[in-house]
Design a protein around this ligand. Structure first.
Ligand code: ZN
Length: 289
């Protein structure tokens, strides 16, 4: 089994404001605003047995918004392969209600946050109710960390080091730093190394092979392979492309440095569901909730 911890559900381009779409067109991220559908996702898994964590996102500052009900509706199409996460933008009123509704009524199993896109610090004390709720309900929290193409999104909100304070105060919450926090991967390694429940995903990194080689060498030297989770950032990349891209990292040799193929394979097949305390939707009757 492969667990993809990072796939997007964007049912239509009305999830994005005109300015967001204009900024996205300047970069490869244009693919991120493509409408995503589950049939296209399945067609690009290479026939592999894949369970997928899927979410939208909410960030009023940057012009991104998908109601959680639409994520729940997406999951219903394939409840034995999909687990949905809710989103909140804590700069907007009503987010605490959305948190409870998303979990308790829509059956969503975790939380996706976009601190930089929305303009908040994840360690801000005003978010304490979110972290307490996540701890009480066993909801993993996946955060975008790392770069963006949106000019008004504040970089200070995206730094992996911000999650060090969160993890010190809420050590029981399972946290995933998306995209290894690129290009701040060194900070990500420092944070995942010291906190038992903090992980990082490798989604949407293989197409910058120089940077990813360097990143994975850091992972090797600091001994934190077991904290890396597989992800695609679909529709930015697919399962097939990501598996191929990760395996291709083993073809690189720089002086005496190479990456261990067995660690790459272990990463691709890591059981992220167990690590994040999530149910396996393939074998449970509650998956259709
Ligand atoms: Zn993403």
């Amino acid at each position: 089994m492969i667990v993809d911890v990072h796939a997007h559900c964007w049912p239509g381009t009305d999830c994005f404001s005109a300015s967001f779409l204009a900024d996205a067109q300047r970069t490869r991220a244009a693919a991120a605003t493509a409408v995503s559908d589950h049939e296209a996702y399945r067609a690009a898994t290479g026939g592999k047995d894949v369970v997928t964590i899927v979410f939208g996102g909410k960030a009023r500052l940057s012009g991104v918004w998908l109601d959680d009900a639409q994520v729940a509706a997406y999951v219903v199409h394939d409840p034995r392969r999909l687990l949905g996460f809710l989103s909140v933008d804590p700069t907007q009123s009503g987010w605490e209600d959305e948190l409870r509704t998303g979990h308790e009524q829509l059956g969503l199993r975790g939380i996706k946050l976009m601190p930089m896109y929305a303009g908040f610090l994840p360690q801000d004390e005003r978010l304490d109710p979110l972290w307490r709720y996540a701890a009480a309900k066993g909801l993993p929290v996946l955060l975008h960390t790392g770069t963006t193409f949106i000019a008004k999104a504040p970089l200070e909100c995206t730094l992996p080091r911000n999650l060090d304070e969160v993890a010190r105060r809420f050590p029981d919450v399972k946290i995933v730093l998306a995209h290894m926090g690129h290009p701040y991967e060194g900070e990500t390694v420092a944070v995942i190394r010291k906190h038992a429940n903090v992980y990082a995903d490798v989604s949407a990194l293989f197409y910058r092979p120089w940077q990813l080689f360097h990143t994975l060498m850091l992972v090797e030297e600091y001994g934190v392979w077991d904290k890396l989770l597989f992800g695609t950032d679909f529709p930015v990349t697919t399962v097939e492309q990501s598996v191929r891209g990760l395996r291709a990292m083993c073809d690189i040799r720089i002086d005496r440095f190479t990456l261990p193929a067995e660690e790459i394979e272990a990463l691709v097949h890591r059981d992220a569901l167990s690590l994040l305390g999530l149910p396996d939707p393939r074998g449970t009757t509650e998956a259709s909730e």
